[in-house]
Design a protein. Structure first.
Length: 323
């Protein structure tokens, strides 16, 4: 990558009761880049986002690693300094918009609050900007809707409000955790289109967390595949779909209906992500892997570079490719 990354996660280990939820996760998000983070439920996607925002639940803590945002390690900042960055330079959209909107404030007040707190805007000016932002996220009759409370809006409209709040301060980095999962398919497509347009307009970098590979194919430049708290594979989006290297990635791709081409029956990966207290040694995927060799059960695979920007933690890829 030509310019230095906006976000660089380096060896991030996040633990609860001495058990590693994330174990040495490393990846970066480049300037203006959309990086998709995928993996089954429980693979650590949200924990990666919450670690980066320093919004982990009390029992969970980052135990090693660095999270560099524009070169500064967020883990070394005071809580006051972090509060100035959060919602301003880095914004996050949460999966469930209802739980992250304040039910007793109108949507306008919530945007105004962000702008007065982070930007020191006068209230009248902030109100004008709030209407502009609601327009930007294509909420019809924005000047009226601004006086609505969250419960008066549909799910899709609430998610748009969340996006408007996230974009209020024109963040450098947007972390979107399953931004469309709670929405029905038509609204999902609208919200994704909207995000796509906005990220271009605002030249934002985006960490897009999703379990939906279709969303990744359409939206991401690069993909990070997480499995049981470790990165299994990182690749440019086209390479990931054309030549997935890790058996887990191959399994994920086989478990969705093909995007085009002849209809094949989706095949789910047998088994499930191991529980935290029950992590297998070696490669954490080996008990579910159809092509595992003896070494996979014993030694954690390092990253093997395949093509530029494409690497995978699989012994078989290192030995010349998975059969
Ligand atoms: N508050 C918590 N305390 C302890 N462990 C937690 C907590 N929240 C999540 N975990 C554990 O952390 C691991 C990763 O969870 P995480 O929520 O990051 O998964 P995810 O990839 O976001 O899954 P999903 O697709 O279901 O959102 C899981 O094993 C989960 O049980
Ligand atoms: Mg999650």
């Amino acid at each position: 990558m030509a310019s230095s990354p906006v976000l660089e996660i380096d060896g991030l280990t996040t633990s609860v009761d001495g058990l590693k939820i994330l174990d040495g996760v490393s990846f970066s998000v480049g300037d203006g880049e959309v990086v998709g983070v995928v993996g089954e439920s429980g693979s650590g996607k949200s924990m990666t986002a919450l670690s980066s925002m320093r919004l982990l639940p009390n029992s969970v803590a980052v135990t090693s690693g660095r999270i560099l945002f524009e070169g500064t390690d967020l883990l070394g900042l005071s809580e006051a300094a972090m509060r100035r960055i959060r919602g301003d330079r880095i914004a996050m959209i949460f999966q469930e918009p209802m739980s992250s909107l304040n039910p007793v404030l109108t949507v306008g007040e919530q945007i105004v609050e962000t702008l007065t707190w982070h930007r020191g805007m006068a209230r009248a000016e902030a109100r004008r900007r709030a209407v502009e932002l609601l327009d930007l996220v294509e909420i019809p009759a924005a000047a009226k809707r601004i006086s609505d409370y969250p419960h008066q809006l549909s799910g899709g409209m609430r998610q748009r409000v969340m996006i408007a709040i996230a974009l209020a301060c024109e963040p450098k980095l947007l972390i979107a955790d399953e931004p469309t999962t709670a929405l029905d398919v038509t609204v999902q497509a609208q919200v994704l289109d909207l995000l796509r347009g906005l990220r271009r307009e605002l030249a934002m970098s985006v960490m897009l967390i999703t379990h939906d590979l279709g969303v990744v194919a359409e939206f991401a430049d690069r993909v990070v595949v997480l499995y049981a708290g470790r990165v299994a594979e990182t690749a440019p989006v086209k390479a990931l779909f054309r030549a997935p290297a890790h058996p887990y990635t191959q399994g994920l791709l086989a478990s969705i209906p093909p995007l085009d081409g002849p209809l094949a029956q989706p095949r789910p990966i047998p088994g499930s992500v191991p529980a935290l207290a029950d992590m297998p040694g070696g490669c954490r995927f080996h008990p579910r892997c159809a092509v595992a060799i003896d070494r996979c059960a014993v030694v954690q695979p390092p990253f093997f570079p395949l093509d530029p920007g494409h690497e995978t933690a699989c012994w078989l890829a290192g030995a010349g490719g998975v059969p």
